[in-house]
Design a protein. Structure first.
Length: 270
């Protein structure tokens, strides 16, 4: 599957004169109905679904990016569109800074795993400053399509007949967890598990031989992330984790192990 076949040129609006969240959502709904798969759903239903999703939690991320999205039962494929605005405005983003690039995704309700992967792929790609600058500098829909084709890798959503590896990430630094989970989820197709753990000091403290080393018995952040991904994607995930942690080889707090799998059976759901 080529993901960017789902990027509809008719759903792209550049330099829109929009200055508030509700007007932006209305523009997305209007644009979305220009795509044939969404015409039967209608502008009103799309706007209601987008608004409901935003009330749950803002889809505004960092660096001027937002990825509004929703899903419908009677939809057979994903529709992706892009809107940029003349000026950034408050979209209740995570970094509390204004947003100017809006990539929307509307998909089938029964394809949640694929939906999550696509969100993670898009989010990971637009962290790249060059990609964001290219999107803001585009003047035609075709330029946006070319940016997606050249800078944003399309994930294989089939997962059929591919060799698999298990990647395990031990995380003791909370500030890295969200980005690492996003990086792994973009490749994992639902086969991800997060385990709440305890550092070994919680047990060593009770052993007389080691008790003197820890005066503070409060629990520290400790999670283990386990995922099964395509073997060919391992290096990409490892590079992403290195970028997130910056100094993974020089300091403690994050450790990664990778094991090639001889056999897998079944799958998990996000």
């Amino acid at each position: 599957m080529n993901l960017w076949h789902n990027l509809h040129a008719e759903c792209i609006t550049l330099q829109a004169d929009v200055t508030d969240k509700q007007s932006l959502l209305a523009l997305i709904a209007n644009n979305a109905t220009k795509a044939k798969p969404l015409q039967s759903i209608g502008e009103k239903a799309i706007l209601e679904a987008l608004t409901k999703r935003e009330k749950l939690r803002s889809t505004g991320l960092a660096n001027g990016i937002a990825i509004p999205h929703c899903s419908f039962d009677n939809l057979q494929e994903f529709v992706i569109g892009v809107i940029t605005t003349t000026k950034p405005f408050d979209f209740t983003a995570l970094d509390e800074k204004p947003s100017q690039i809006f990539i929307f995704l509307i998909g089938p309700t029964d394809m949640r795993n694929e939906h999550v992967r696509l969100l993670a792929v898009i989010s990971k790609a637009v962290r790249d400053k060059t990609v964001r600058e290219n999107i803001l500098g585009a003047t035609t829909s075709q330029e946006i399509v070319e940016i997606f084709n050249s800078h944003i890798s399309s994930p294989d959503l089939s997962g059929v007949g591919t060799l698999k590896s298990q990647i395990t990430v031990y995380i003791q630094k909370e500030e890295y967890f969200d980005e690492i989970l996003e990086a792994v989820s973009s490749e994992a197709d639902g086969s991800v598990a997060v385990i709440e753990t305890e550092n070994a000091n919680q047990y060593l403290y009770h052993m007389p031989l080691f008790a003197a080393f820890w005066s503070d018995r409060s629990k520290n952040f400790s999670r283990v992330l386990i995922a099964v991904i395509d073997r060919e994607s391992v290096n990409s995930v490892l590079r992403r984790i290195r970028t997130i942690t910056n100094d993974i080889d020089q300091s403690r707090g994050v450790m990664v192990t990778v094991h090639d799998l001889a056999f897998t059976l079944g799958s998990l759901d996000f």
